[in-house]
Each structure stands twice: as C-alpha cells, then as structure tokens.
Write a protein that binds this ligand. Sequence first.
Ligand code: SF4
Length: 335
Amino acid sequence: MKHGNVALFVPHVGCPCRCSFCDQRAITGGGEAPTPDQVWEAAKTAAAHLGERTAQTEIAFFGGSFTAIPREYMLSLLEPAKEAVERWGFHGVRCSTRPDAVEEPVLSLLKEHHATAVELGAQSMDEEVLRKNRRGHTAEDTRRAARLIKEAGLELGLQMMTGLYGSTPERDLETARQLIALGPATARIYPTVVLEGTELARLYREGVYRPQTLEEAVELCGELLPLFEGAGVRVIRVGLHAQEDVQRRQVAGPYHPALGELAQSRAFLKGLLPRLEREGPGAYQVKVNPRSLSVAAGQKRANVEFLAARGFAVRFVPEDQVPRGGFALSRTEIK
Ligand code: SF4
C-alpha cells in the first residue's frame, strides 16, 4: 500500500561528520530542528486534513541521522509522534539515519514508539567512494544495519546517490545490485547535486570533481529504476525534492524538479526500444496504462521524437488492462 508522510526534518544535529555533498540546510529547506510541540502540531494538522487517509500516513523524521541525535532529544520527538499514532491512527513512524548509527537498543526504542520503517542513507557500497565523500562509515556498516533493521521486523528502506566524487556509472550500478541483495522494501535514488558551502563545491571549482550532467543522470537512473523494480523494490523517490533553497544554492549537477519522471520515461524507452528494433522500422500502436501515458511519451514528447528519428512512428494509446509501466505493441498502417 502506498503511504504518505507527515515529514519532519531534523537537520545535521546527529551527524558525526560532514559528508562532501551535504548541506542539510538547503536539502531540508530550513536549519531549525523541530521541537516536540511542532511534531504534535504537524501531526494534529495532518490528521485533521487527512481523515481516513491518516491510516496510510506515517510520521517521518527525515534529514539528518535520527538515531544518532542526542537520545533525550530523539525521545522527546518520538513521544508526541507515538501519542499521535495512538490518538489519530497514523500508520506508524519512520525515520532515516546513518548506517553506523543503528544498534539493537535504538531499534527497540523506535519500535516502542510505533516505528514501522527505517531508511538508511547508504549512498554507495564502494569503499573508495564512501571514503572520498567523507561518509565516515563502510559498506559493511550498511550491510549490518540492514540486517538488524530486518531482524527487528521493521521495513527497510535504502537510499543511494549517483555521480558522487570518485564514482562511475558502473560503480553506481554495482551499488544498486548490492543494495538490492540486502532485501529492502523501498529505495530512493539521489543524483549528486553540488551545493554551495560543501566540500564538493570546492572540489568542483578546483576542477577535481565533475558532476553528472542531467542527461547522464537520467540515463543512469533509467537503468537503475528497472533494476530495483524488477527485484520488487519500490522506488519512492528519484532526485531531490523541489526546494527553493536547493535551486538557490545549487552550484552544479543534475538538479531537475521532475527528475523522477524523466528517469521513468527513459526506463520506459529502454524497455520499448529493443522490442521495436526486433520488429523493425514502421508504424506502431503502443497501448499503455492511462496513468503511464505522459511517462511513455516523454517530457515534451521526447520519447516519441527519439523513436521517430530511428524509423519508428509510435502512437501511444491508453488501455486500462495494461499494467503501469508495461506496454502492448502492434503494427499499424502508416497514414
Ligand atoms: S550523515 Fe547525512 S545529514 Fe549528516 S552530513 Fe552526512 S549526508 Fe549530511
């Protein structure tokens, strides 16, 4: 079932290091850590708006390293969240954290406060990439944390980045394979964006680091999406959220407010093109789920034009019976 979030951002306070790419202020859209009252008020407001949908909504602590923040503060945020779950029937509580900040006792505490899911900021499974980007943890930390989360009966989410300093598309693909092997329920993919005030901004200006272009990021995410989804992992986010702060503080890199849709369109094209190539040039009717129509055609009909330039005149037609992301192909007469 698809869940929504009451998202609360806990910036930086739990971080033992400063990762090369991180400017939590820009990413979370604000520098202030929430107070327990703010957690309660956010949940109350959301419950009033959501009505029955409250049962499909989680109270989510994102942004920093939730399980690494001072324990007292962490509990002070969890208490109102727990009470809100009990009073208004939220689905539960989720949080994102660092792989080296996950231990059995903290997972027990989370569960006592109705936690349902923990997301790990794995970012890469390549030791050199982790080191170069000052993550301060290893791939083994991620494997261990993932195992503990699953053993605790919590839903596992994994987050990865592409185009980090020292990475390559092959290394990113290998990271995805290793993450999939950990059996997550969900994944988020974040192509690296260079933000002002970060180590990466300095490396970029010195000409040491070259971020991905938008096209490179879309192409790679177009490969990663089917990899995760084919393994039954739900990809719940591609690219940073559209935040004014991110746009203002972006120095370089593949930021795009609709990166997820661009990646889905590319993934669709990568599935369709080999089929068309087997059939040969000509005119085709391609039935897709009505909700996949714009993804199939691509932004500004990019996929349609790409295919036309290769001799495939494709017309996308909505068909309820076709599952989302799939297609049914038939030749038609050229009119
Ligand atoms: S652990 Fe997360 S929040 Fe902390 S500095 Fe690194 S990326 Fe930023």
